[in-house]
Design a protein around this ligand. Structure first.
Ligand SMILES: [Zn+2]
Length: 400
């Protein structure tokens, strides 16, 4: 637990205990933090004045300290909203979400990532303004914006680093531009913007929603590119440079030219883009991962055979991933995620990985589907803004 070892009990720590459900009454908070009743009361009062906490609808529960039943406390998720967007190469999705991850309004469209960040992020600002109007929420209720992008992200700056499928975005100030676009289209003050890789955020959204008890969770997104997101003990594992999970450019020995400039990358032979190219060579009209998805949905046998073969190639790499991380859940998401691809993954995975690392492994497909990135991006913002170390500063800014 975050605060147990330090013996702290700041307002932020109390909020965290309530939000996580570990302590939801004044008595339980006293017991867990060792703080006096008066101190807990003072800190909770600030959270009440900020509108972040409220008394639960469930009524009183028995107190761990004995005596009278106590009122339960809960995170007041209606005091703000969060905006989220998920960019893919030819498609984008945006939403207004509640602080607990419920999608309140959603929009999708087809801005091309190759139109560059200025155009695409400006468009998102426009979408956000319209979505807020649809929900009836004011722009000054927005606490932050989360953005998922299909490339490697430097988490400290929110900039993408040499992204193979995002021409013109390398090193661009995404946070600054999106904050400005939000302000331009809504007239509200700028809000914090957080940017992360799409596979990371999809993994985060899926793990929190459907597998909260899974301490080692891996999601592989196979669309135009291939990437993996890893969530360990509830946190996104990014490695020291944000490079963790970038499995699309592992060399698998083939000769195909990859969009990163190298030859023989996994993404060059087994991504949605690669399958589309092979289909096009046989005369089937396909140019992208989403075209392959449509063909698979229509039961096209050639697309199914190629997807299964791609699944085998990805499964070979995943055998190493699974052996290294021993996850409880391996989720396959993206344009190719369907039965043929999954069959291919399973064939190679169970053949190549050690039995001990697959004995309790669930290989599954996405639960949230196309919304996973949005849910993850929203959660990233909320977890950042309401983290114990940030609460004090934000309460002070609110004057409580
Ligand atoms: Zn590559």
């Amino acid at each position: 637990m975050r605060m147990a070892g330090r013996g702290q009990g700041s307002a932020g720590d109390l909020l965290e205990l309530v939000r996580s459900g570990r302590a939801v009454t004044r008595g339980a908070l006293q017991q867990v933090t060792g703080l006096s009743r008066a101190t807990v009361g003072q800190r909770l009062d600030r959270l009440f004045r900020a509108g972040w906490l409220r008394e639960g609808a469930g009524g009183p529960v028995d107190s761990p300290l004995g005596g009278r039943p106590s009122i339960t406390l809960e995170f007041h998720d209606a005091h703000a909203v969060v905006l989220a967007a998920d960019l893919d190469t030819r498609h984008a999705r945006a939403a207004v979400l509640s602080l607990t991850g419920e999608i309140l309004a959603e929009h999708s469209g087809t801005p091309l990532i190759e139109d560059g960040p200025d155009v695409v992020l400006g468009e998102l600002g426009h979408w956000f303004a319209e979505l807020l109007e649809k929900t009836g929420r004011r722009a000054d209720e927005v606490c932050g914006i989360g953005l998922a992008v299909p490339g490697p992200v430097d988490i400290d700056t929110g900039r993408v680093v040499q992204p193979p499928i995002m021409p013109g975005w390398d090193g661009y100030d995404i946070r600054g531009r999106l904050a400005r676009a939000f302000t331009e289209h809504t007239g509200a003050a700028p809000v914090p913007v957080l940017v992360d890789n799409d596979a990371n955020l999809m993994a985060y959204g899926e793990q929190r929603t459907s597998y909260p008890g899974c301490s080692a969770f891996v999601l592989v997104k196979v669309s135009t590119g291939i990437g993996a997101g890893v969530v360990v003990h509830g946190s996104i594992y990014r490695g020291i440079d944000g490079g963790a999970g970038d499995i699309g450019h592992i060399r698998v020995g083939a000769d195909a030219l990859c969009r990163c400039g190298s030859r023989g990358c996994l993404a060059a032979v087994a991504s949605g883009g690669a399958v589309a190219r092979r289909l096009a060579e046989t005369g089937v009209p396909a140019a992208s991962g989403s075209d392959v998805r449509d063909l698979l949905a229509a039961g096209d046998p050639e697309a199914a055979a190629l997807a299964r073969e791609a699944g085998r190639q990805v499964g070979d790499v995943l055998a190493t991933v699974v052996t290294l991380l021993n996850p409880g859940v391996l989720m396959i998401a993206g344009d190719l995620a369907g039965t043929p691809f999954l069959t291919g993954v399973r064939e190679l995975l169970y053949q190549r990985a050690l039995p001990r690392s697959t004995a309790h492994l669930d290989v599954v497909t996405s639960r949230l589907g196309e919304r996973a990135g949005l849910v993850g991006a929203g959660a990233l913002v909320v977890e950042h803004l309401y983290a114990p170390e940030r609460v004090e500063e934000r309460l002070a800014a609110l004057g409580v």
